[in-house]
Design a protein around this ligand. Structure first.
Ligand SMILES: [Zn+2]
Length: 273
């Protein structure tokens, strides 16, 4: 069953790639010689369907770790979280981090009707409006659907973060929403913290897991590493290993770390034609 589903999605994304005239894109010269990394958080609280709950103080703790290293990251928040926990959103933004969309109700576009998605985009826009322009989208389960296109265009999203389904050389590709004269950037994730959950890992193992993700990104290439705050706080060793990883990469000469949106606007800028 799993095998059939994976073939189905592979085919679906090949069809999407053709329909949207996807192409690899040029990178700014400044990308050369360094791994280009963005760290993103899927910020879901109790709306992600997971058993572990987190508090504003946990978010503050993560922000403190990031702040100590000067790293700026991207937070894909569920709209319901923005609505219910506005203080935490203000904390995130005042730390200089980017706010993105993880849908309003944590729904998977690939399994949602066009109507349902339309409403979800509308509600997300309503609750996020006061926090400024939001340009990034990360789909729950990492998969996207053509049904999202209208919402992406209407609310002027510039990029999303997807799991790699079809090979692209540059590690990033552009979808042409041609009839609307728009280009939409798809950034890739190289993985996240899911494999650590329930594993009871030692902190060294956690650190090694994140390093193995980082090593998937070659010099001059761009990739994202995903974090779920609830996974980080599900186990002391995961938190410890995460903290070690953040301190470590912040000090690396060969790694550049920026919010996903910064990369997206820089790349779109030189790929406009
Ligand atoms: Zn999620």
């Amino acid at each position: 069953m799993r095998f059939i589903r994976s073939i189905y999605y592979k085919l679906l994304y090949i069809i999407y790639a053709i329909t949207l005239k996807e192409r690899d894109c040029k990178f700014p010269d400044g990308f050369r010689g360094k791994k280009q990394l963005f760290i993103y958080f899927d910020y879901e609280r109790e709306f992600g369907g997971h058993s572990v709950n987190i508090q504003d103080s946990d978010v503050a703790k993560i922000l403190q770790i990031l702040n100590e290293t000067g790293l700026k990251t991207t937070w894909f928040a569920v709209g319901k979280v923005i609505e219910k926990y506005p203080d935490s959103i203000r904390m995130i933004q005042s730390g200089g981090h980017e706010l993105g969309s993880h849908t309003y109700a944590h729904i998977a576009p690939v399994r949602s009707s066009r109507r349902k998605l339309k409403l979800d985009f509308l509600k997300f826009n309503d609750v996020s409006l006061r926090y400024g322009k939001i340009s990034g989208f990360h789909s729950p389960n990492g998969m996207w659907s053509m049904n999202m296109k209208q919402g992406i265009i209407k609310y002027e999203f510039q990029y999303d973060v997807v799991s790699r389904r079809v090979k692209h050389n540059s590690g990033v590709f552009i979808s042409n929403f041609e009839s609307e004269g728009r280009k939409f950037l798809r950034l890739f994730t190289v993985g996240d913290d899911w494999p650590l959950y329930r594993k009871k890992p030692g902190s060294e193992e956690v650190f090694a897991h994140f390093m193995s993700l980082l090593n998937k990104i070659e010099d001059g290439q761009l990739g994202g590493i995903g974090i779920h705050p609830w996974v980080i706080f599900s186990d002391d060793n995961i938190l410890k290993g995460f903290q070690q990883f953040i301190y470590h990469i912040a000090a690396q000469e060969n790694v550049q770390i920026l919010p996903a949106g910064n990369y997206a606007s820089e790349i779109l800028e030189i790929n406009h034609s």
